[in-house]
Design a binder for this molecule. Structure first.
Ligand SMILES: [Zn+2]
Length: 262
């Protein structure tokens, strides 16, 4: 059976109660999910991810970071709290952070300040970045190019065109695809996916969001990753086994999950 790493999921949003989050984790083996990275969006969600990561070594990994929705309340207290989280040495990446001009998350200038500070923090502490970008690819690209974070990162839930994908790969970034690549109207996204070579590609659920076809409309969870994988394997004309090997290795390389190497 092919096994997968869900490189971007939100266990704390799928289930509120820690006991139910653990039940999700307990099911991962049966769903052929080797590991998940539960992604932080704010200060409390790191603590939730940290608890799961500590209780489930080599199965759950966590990040710390501030989602663009914090642009307006971003202050010294928040960045101090984030630095304390990084210093614990448990988070394997910084994010998700980025720019979102689709939603009303505060002015582009406020969002850019929050994003740029986190890119700099990632650089100082040698963590890869998990980047959220929506209707903001040019500004995200400019900031990454200017700041040049050397530990790379991933453009999560990629939604841009093939040209931007190539530009982010030129900066050393991986491109991650979620369930929306399976959607009927996602032709341009599928074209982007074809343009990303296997050694730059990651898979994610972004659960509870973006449930892949044929489960669209239901709440997403890591066990549904295989449907996105099947779609991507077909787009890339590779076997599921080759896709599984490549994407697991890419996640291991990017996030330095050395214990998972087999
Ligand atoms: Zn996310």
């Amino acid at each position: 059976m092919d096994i997968w790493i869900d490189s971007h999921t939100h266990l704390d949003i799928i289930e509120k109660e820690p006991i139910h989050q653990q039940e999700l984790v307990d099911r991962l083996n049966d769903q052929n999910i080797k590991a998940v990275i539960t992604i932080s969006t704010d200060i409390p969600s790191y603590f939730s991810g940290k608890t799961l990561a500590l209780n489930n070594p080599d199965k759950v990994f966590c990040t710390c970071g501030l989602y663009p929705s914090h642009a307006e309340d971003y202050d010294n207290r928040l960045i101090k709290a984030l630095i304390e989280q990084v210093d614990e040495g448990i988070a394997i990446a910084l994010g998700e952070c980025g720019l979102d001009y689709y939603r009303n998350y505060g002015s582009p200038d406020l969002q850019k300040t929050l994003f740029r500070d986190q890119v700099r923090l990632a650089k100082t502490c040698h963590l890869p970045l998990v980047i959220h970008a929506r209707d903001a690819y040019e500004d995200v690209y400019t900031i990454l190019k200017e700041e040049n974070p050397l530990d790379g990162g991933v453009m999560h839930c990629y939604g841009g065109n093939a040209d931007y994908a190539r530009r982010f790969m030129d900066l050393g970034f991986y491109i991650s695809f979620a369930g929306n690549v399976t959607y009927k109207k996602a032709d341009s996204l599928r074209e982007s996916c074809r343009a990303v070579p296997l050694d730059r590609l990651l898979l994610e659920t972004d659960a509870p969001y973006l449930t892949p076809v044929p489960h669209r409309g239901k709440k997403n969870h890591p066990g549904l990753l295989v449907h996105t994988a099947e779609c991507v394997a077909e787009l890339k004309s590779v076997s599921l086994n080759d896709l599984s090997k490549a994407t697991c290795q890419n996640a291991i390389d990017l996030f330095k999950l050395d214990n998972l190497s087999s």
